[in-house]
Design a protein around this ligand. Structure first.
Ligand code: COA
Length: 170
């Protein structure tokens, strides 16, 4: 039988190793967060953070947080190389953003390397736009883009992806 994609919310007491293993497999050493920061993220951002499984195998993850009252921030998202282009990244983004919307996020931001065409294409497809160029944002000197999902595109995203939320009475 074909394995199905299942997304499960992060459990900070049990999923630390899984996230660290995924992060190490997906990102180059210079792009990885320190263990301490991942630990902090796992503990403080669990509500909007998910692990994607194909059968029993963890194949991707996303970590997001709400900052202040209403700013959703996608901090890290990745899918193992052999599982890409199957919609897993999109599914992780949708689930995490809808969870943040459900808790009051009114727009969403993220940072991405200017060279990261796959990720930028995915984010644009979901409605994100480039808001700013972040010069030498990354430790190796590469520039980043600050991308934002807000206003009409944010509302379109919510209508399209967060159906259970739009059905709620206002
Ligand atoms: C970015 C990433 C998470 C996308 O995950 P994914 O599961 O492959 O994404 P999806 O299958 O949902 O792709 C959705 C759309 O994004 C775009 N896209 C994804 N990968 C792409 C690529 N390599 N080239 C061009 N467009 C791409 C396509 O429009 C795609 O839709 P399509 O397959 O119907 O054409 C994945 O490539 C990844 O883990 N990269 C390494 C880690 C990383 O860079 N993370 C982002 C840091 S900011």
């Amino acid at each position: 039988m074909k394995d199905e994609l299942v997304l499960r919310r992060c459990d900070p007491d049990n999923d630390m190793d899984t996230i660290v293993d995924l992060e190490r497999a997906i990102f180059r050493p210079s792009e990885q967060y320190t263990l301490g920061f991942i630990n902090w993220l796992c503990r403080n951002c669990t509500k909007y953070s998910y692990i994607a499984f194909m059968g029993d195998k963890p194949v991707g993850y996303i970590i997001s947080c709400i900052e202040g009252f209403s700013r959703g921030h996608v901090i890290s998202v990745g899918v193992l190389g052999e599982y890409r282009r199957r919609g897993i990244g999109s599914e992780l983004m949708s689930r995490s953003i809808c969870s943040m919307v459900n808790d009051g996020a009114g727009y969403v931001i993220l940072e991405v390397r200017v060279s990261n065409t796959p990720a930028i294409t995915l984010y644009r497809k979901l409605g994100f736009e480039v808001r700013d160029l972040l010069r030498a944002y990354y430790s190796d000197g590469e520039d980043g883009y600050l991308m934002i999902l807000n206003n009409e595109r944010f509302r379109e995203f919510v209508n399209r992806h967060c159906t259970s939320i739009t059905k709620q009475p206002t």
